[in-house]
Design a protein around this ligand. Sequence first.
Ligand code: GDD
Length: 350
Amino acid sequence: MKLGHKSRQSDCLGSAVYSSIRLAMAKKALITGVCGQDGAYLSKLLLSKDYSVHGMVRDASSADFWRLNELDLKDQIIIEEADMRDEDSLNTLVENIKPDEIYNLAALSFVGASWDTSVETSDINAMGALRLLNAMKEHSPKAKYYQASTSEMYGNSNGETFQDETTPLHPRSPYAISKLFAHWMTINYRESYGLYACSGILFNHESPLRGINFVTRKITDGVARIKLGLEDSITLGNIDAQRDWGFAGDYVKAMWEMLQQDTPEDFVISTGETHSVRDFLQAAFKEIAITDWESYVQFDDRFTRPLDVETLCGSNNKAQQKLHWEPTVSFEELVRIMVEWDLKRLTSAS
Ligand code: GDD
C-alpha cells in the first residue's frame, strides 16, 4: 500500500516537474481581445499546440468569459489585465510576459456602431494598435505580431470582382478607417524597424460564438426563436448587402500560419464566394423548413448605416499558395451549424 502511495506521489512530483518544464519551454502567446469570437478559437488552437496563452482583458472582474467557457478553455488561459487605451499598462504587460507571438484582436468591431463611437473606436482600434506595436518594439522586439485587419478597408472597391492584397483601399466607416491606420502602422513598423509584424485582411467570419448584433447571428438566433414560437419575425436593415462569409475556426488557423513564415507578409483570408444577406436568410429559414421567408422579415431604418459596403469577395490565392490555407466549411454548412447551435441553446434554456 505504502509503496503504491509513494510511487503515486513520485509520479505526481514527476508530472508536476514535467509540467513546469513544459510550461517554461512552451511558446508564449499574448492575445488581446481574448474574450471575443476569434480570441476564443485562437486560444483553443494555440493550447492544442502547447502554447502558454496569455489573454488580455481590460477588467477581469467585469469581462464576459462566456465564449472561453463555452469551449471549456477559461482555466487554461492566463488572464492578464491591461487596456488598449493605456500605454503604460501595455508596456508593463509586454515587458512582463515577453511573448513570442502577439495577436492583436482587441477592437470595437461592430461597424454599425462606429459612427456613434468614432473617437473611442479610433482610440482602441488605431491608437491601441500603435501603443501595442511600441510596447513590442521596446520590450519584445523579437516577438511576432499579428494585426487583425479587415475587408471593410476596401469599401466598395470600384466594382472589382475580387479583392486581394493589391486592391486599393477606400474605407467607408469610422471603424474601417481606424483599422486602416492600424494596418498601415503594422506595415510601417515592419519596414522601419524590421519587426516581424503582419496583417491578416480577414473577410467576414462567423460561428455560433459570433455576437448577436452581427447580421448572421441575429438571423440564426431569430430563425431559432421563430421555430420555437418565441418570436414571429426578424427585423433587419440592408438585406441586399453581399459578404464573403467563412467559418471563424478556419480563419484563426491562418492567423497562426502567418506568424510561422520566414518573412512577415500580409494576407487576404476569405472563401472567394459572396452571398447576400437575403441568401443567408433563405438558407437559415430553409433549415427550419420555411420557404416563404420574406413574410417573417421586417425592415427598420434603425438597422441601416449612413454608408454601407455593398459587396465583398476576397481572393485567397496568396494564402493558398504560401500558407497552404483554405477554408473547410461551406456557406450552407456554416448556416446549418449556426442555426442548429441556436436551436439547441434556446431549447436547453427554456
Ligand atoms: N449587424 C447588422 N444588423 N447588419 C445588418 C442588419 C442588421 O440588422 N441588416 C442588414 N445588415 C447588413 C449590414 O448593413 C452589412 O451590410 C451586412 O449586413 C453585414 O453586417 P455585419 O454582420 O454587422 O458585419 P460587417 O460586414 O459590417 O462587419 C463584420 O465583418 C468585418 C470583416 O469584413 C465585422 O465583424 C467587422 O468587425 C469585420 O471587420
